[in-house]
Design a protein around this ligand. Structure first.
Ligand code: F6P
Length: 328
């Protein structure tokens, strides 16, 4: 283990996700285990610029493994996008004797970490934390599994009322640029159609599919839509469009929104967070920097941070086929 790293700073950045607290806990305790210091940095990069740090030890993270959100708070810092902001952040890290940082967040947060490393040679390790699961180099990001379970649970409830009233529901789920939540939760919840940014099914095919559903004897239907889908109409416009073209449908819209980001993390997310947190600290102690820790084929692996940022996470095309087959 390298003797150069004596103190690690940990922060959460960007949209929060369930499991971030479990990852903070793992980082703090791995530091304690390896006899190095750890500082919590509040409000992501913004707290780094403002010097909002707190020393943390193994007991600072008691009873947080089961909590959603992030005890360190999160932010999308505009100031960190400026050279002056990053300079101030660097000064604060140096004056607090912090030798490396672990950034728990998504693509934007990793981009910030990369630029910071390029400018100051400051060691950075990323832990993928976002419900969207849209990061290259890991099959699962922290919070994605929990969000899937939340979405499925809610759609099950929507299905009850959809079925009672013979209605068609458009359910919008999160996923700014990626359809992982929509595709997997859609299959899990038995959706008739799933609209995702990666595949533009087009309005005609949607109508065709809804016609077929009706003709096959379905009295109610659920269509799951990723917020970033490319069909060209927002979810309310889609409702109007379908009602105009198919007056036989009584359509309702449900936008699940930020409830998907909250709640108790699933066991999967807690274990993943623990593994990634330990690996992040040990990677730094081995003298490595500029990596993201991730999970591929159930192994914790390192991906260069640059590849994680530039690479594109892919949806599983097999799932589209499965969805088409099981929704007839
Ligand atoms: O990146 C995660 C995410 O939840 C996206 O799915 C969503 O578009 C975005 O964050 C919402 O961000 P905000 O919290 O700023 O509304």
């Amino acid at each position: 283990m390298s003797a150069n790293i004596k103190k690690i700073g940990v922060l959460t950045s960007g949209g929060d996700s369930p499991g971030m607290n479990a990852a903070i806990r793992a980082v703090v305790r791995a530091c304690a285990y390896h006899n190095i210091e750890c500082a919590g940095i509040y409000r992501g990069y913004q707290g780094m610029i403002e010097g909002d740090f707190k020393e943390m030890n193994a007991r600072s993270v008691n009873n947080i493994i089961n909590k959603g959100g992030t005890i360190l708070k999160s932010a999308r810092s505009k100031d960190f996008m400026t050279k002056e902001g990053r300079e101030k952040a660097h000064e604060n890290l140096v004056s607090n004797n912090i030798d490396a940082i672990v950034v728990i967040g998504g693509n934007g947060s990793f981009t910030g970490g990369l630029i910071f490393n390029e400018e100051y040679g400051f060691p950075v390790i990323g832990i993928p934390g976002t419900i969207d699961n849209d990061i290259y180099g890991t099959s699962f990001t922290l919070g994605y599994d929990t969000a899937l379970n939340t979405v499925v649970e809610v759609i099950d409830k929507i299905r009850d009322t959809a079925s009672s009233h013979n209605r068609l529901f458009f359910v919008e789920v999160m996923g700014r640029d990626a359809g992982h939540i929509a595709l997997n939760a859609g299959i899990g919840a038995g959706a008739e159609e799933i609209l995702i940014p990666e595949e533009d099914m087009g309005l005609d095919r949607l109508l065709e599919s809804l016609r077929k559903s009706k003709a096959s004897g379905k009295s109610s239907s659920i269509v799951v839509i990723a917020e970033g889908d490319k069909i060209g109409k927002n979810v309310f416009e889609l409702k109007d469009y379908v009602e105009e073209n198919m007056p036989e449908y009584d359509v309702r819209v449900s936008i699940l929104g930020h409830m998907q980001r909250g709640g108790t993390p699933s066991c999967f997310d807690r274990v993943l967070a623990s593994r990634l947190g330990v690996k992040a600290v040990e990677t730094l102690l081995e003298g490595k920097s500029n990596y993201m820790v991730g999970l591929l084929k159930d192994e914790i692996v390192l991906t260069p941070l640059e590849n994680a940022v530039k690479g594109k996470s892919q949806i599983d095309k097999e799932l589209i086929k499965v969805s088409d087959i099981v929704s007839i």
